[in-house]
Each structure stands twice: as C-alpha cells, then as structure tokens.
Design a protein around this ligand. Structure first.
Ligand SMILES: C[S@@+](CC[C@H](N)C(=O)[O-])C[C@H]1O[C@@H](n2cnc3c(N)ncnc32)[C@H](O)[C@@H]1O
Length: 217
C-alpha cells in the first residue's frame, strides 16, 4: 500500500497530451536523453527497464540505438501509456509497456541488466523514492546499472529561479530531495555502489543531473 498523491506527467491528467511538446521545448530533451543512453552502454541482448516511462521517448531512443536490447517501460498512468504504445506502433517497434508502480515492480529478482529513468524520481515522496530505488536494485542483475536523469541541485542562481516552476507544478514535498541534491545519497542508502554524477544539463526549469549507480556483485 502507498498513500502518496500520484503525480501525473505534467501534474494534471488534462495536460498529458501536451507532455511531449512541453518537455521537448523546455528541457533540451534529446540532448540529455541521448547522454543517458550513451552512459548506460546498452548492448545487444541486454534487458532494460524504464521506470516512469511516460510517453516512451527514452525507451524508443534506447531501442533506436540498440534494437537487439529488450526494452520494457513501466508507468502507473494508463493514459500516458496509451500515448507511448501509439508511438511504438507508428514506428513499428517492439518496445513493451506495462502499467505498474515503481515501488512494487511485477518482475522477478535479477531480471534486468539496466534500469533507467528520466524526469521521474521528483514525482515521488521520500519514502517512495527509497522503496522504488530498493525495487530497482532488486530487479537488477549483479553488476547491473541504474541510470537516472532528473532535476538536481541547481547549477547557478538562474537555474534556481527556473526550478521554482517545477516546485510549484509538482509540489515541494516530492521535488525538494532533488533540488537539495539529495538523490545521490538516497541511491547510496539503498545499497548501490559506485554512485556518480556522469553529466548535467542546464535547462529552462533547472539543472538536469545524470546519475550512474551499480548493483554490487
Ligand atoms: C514527468 S513524467 C516523465 C516521463 C518520461 N520518463 C520522460 O522522461 O519523459 C513522470 C512519469 O512518472 C509516472 N509516475 C509517477 N509516479 C509513478 C509511480 N510511483 N510509478 C510509476 N510511474 C509513476 C507518471 O505517470 C509520469 O508518466
């Protein structure tokens, strides 16, 4: 059970159809998602899980760059998964989408080589972040990697000002861990090793930071 408020992609279900346009225009999306895929070093035969996949942009990018990897995206929102499935159908690609919650993943232990996630963890309360990271670790194989791109500590005053918008849109309760730069420590607390920031990108609404972490052998 989880009593947290569920925060949809743009905070309100009515705005979901606008998601790709808004994120594309405001976050330098292609740049930071390409960087995440590059850092994840996904190869043929890898199984990859995208947590909070939304409209499936990241999952499609992964498929595009390594068609021999098996990619599955999970999201709690059936409406946004409808958009993701439509995009996959249009491109005729075999990315799978499943409705599921990040803190209760419907997968066996050690099922994936990579767990990836973008612009997702700031939607979760501190408790749900911890539970979702623990689930990510559980479903990763030994030596498997977690790659997260999400709002982090603003790189400068301008980024701090921009991040106010996300704090208002998604609420300060779930975004504060991100903007205070606590996500890397939370990843360490859930037992990951070699936790490091691999990149960062300044955007209209703040600094997006990329994290890499490993499930120890
Ligand atoms: C801002 S969107 C990010 C979508 C996508 N990853 C991207 O980069 O464009 C956050 C997504 O997380 C989903 N979400 C929020 N809480 C969730 C949870 N606990 N489990 C699964 N999905 C969740 C929302 O439905 C939404 O699609």
């Amino acid at each position: 059970m989880n009593d947290d408020r569920y925060i949809p992609a743009l905070s309100y279900h009515a705005l979901t159809p606008l998601y790709d346009t808004v994120v594309g225009w405001t976050t330098r999306e292609r740049l930071f998602k390409d960087a995440l895929v590059e850092h994840a070093r996904i190869t043929a035969g890898h199984s990859v899980l995208d947590l909070g996949c939304g409209t499936g942009t990241l999952a499609l990018l992964i498929h595009e760059q390594e068609p021999q990897a098996g990619v599955v995206g999970i999201d709690g929102d059936s409406k946004i998964l409808g958009i993701a499935k439509k995009k996959a159908r249009h491109r005729n690609v075999a990315v799978r989408y499943v409705q599921a919650m990040s803190f209760d993943l419907p997968y066996e232990d050690e099922s994936f080589d990579r767990v990836v996630s973008s612009l997702f963890f700031h939607h979760l309360s501190e408790k749900s972040k911890a539970r979702s990271l623990a689930e990510a670790r559980r479903v990763l194989k030994s030596d498997g990697e977690l790659h997260i791109a999400d709002w982090g500590k603003p790189a400068n005053l301008l980024m701090k000002l921009g991040s106010r918008f996300i704090q208002v849109l998604d609420g300060s309760e779930t975004t504060k861990d991100n903007f205070e730069g606590r996500l890397p420590d939370m990843v360490v607390q859930e037992g990951f090793v070699e936790v490091e920031e691999t990149d960062f990108f300044n955007s209209l609404f703040g600094t997006i930071r990329l994290l890499k972490a490993v499930k120890e052998t």
